[in-house]
Design a protein around this ligand. Structure first.
Ligand SMILES: Cc1cc2nc3c(=O)[nH]c(=O)nc-3n(C[C@H](O)[C@H](O)[C@H](O)COP(=O)(O)O)c2cc1C
Length: 181
């Protein structure tokens, strides 16, 4: 059940040193390639980064919030050619959440590191820095990178009663009355 996975899922930023097995790597690759995309244009591509030195450089792409990429045994940079589709951000985001849920199903933990709209330093955007580190063609975008690995922390899933149920409306904004079937 997908809901059982979602009940357990939390962002994981601390990882054991164990590498991700090649069987799990294969599963993750297949999962992202099965992502739906607008008009089936598949504007995304994925760079699976296992090299520790390279992951260290990815972890320094922005000022804060990407440090965990150095420790995660696998970083997946989601990249896209925006010329292929006007809604490339949506397409990339869908692929990312499928990757995170598939990782969860394999007993792996993951966390998203936002790169689009973030700075590397006062002069350079995180994406410009990453284009150089990952040797991307100049027009390619790097909206985010996911860190994946065997969890070394186990934050509890969000309790059902803590969910923002007031974000759910029925038929019209503000109507909380669930229609009877
Ligand atoms: C679009 C997006 C951007 C995020 N960016 C980062 C980030 O740069 N660094 C980070 O540590 N976590 C990042 N996260 C993870 C969120 O902080 C996390 O999902 C949120 O705090 C809820 O916690 P949970 O995933 O454990 O439920 C991001 C999540 C999303 C969906």
């Amino acid at each position: 059940m997908v809901l059982d996975l979602l009940k357990k899922r939390r962002s994981i930023r601390r990882f054991k040193p164990d590498t991700v097995s090649s069987a799990d790597l294969q599963t993750l690759q297949e999962a992202v390639l099965r992502s739906p995309s607008s008009r089936g244009r598949n504007p995304w591509e994925f760079i699976f980064v296992t090299d520790a030195e390279l992951r260290g450089r990815l972890s320094r792409a922005k000022l804060h919030g990407a440090e965990f990429l150095a420790q995660a045994p696998l970083a997946v940079a989601v990249i896209a050619d925006p010329k292929k589709c006007d809604v490339w951000i949506e397409d990339c985001s869908i692929a990312a959440i499928l990757l995170q849920i598939t990782a969860e199903s394999l007993g792996l933990g993951s966390c998203w590191a936002q790169m689009r709209l973030r700075d590397h330093d006062a002069q350079t955007s995180a994406e410009d820095y990453l284009r150089q580190v990952l040797e991307l063609p100049p027009d390619y975008r790097v909206p985010f990178i996911l860190g994946i690995g065997h969890p070394a922390e186990a934050p509890p899933g969000h309790p059902r009663e803590a969910l923002n149920w007031d974000k759910i409306h029925f038929n019209r904004f503000g109507s909380r009355e669930e229609p009877q079937p």
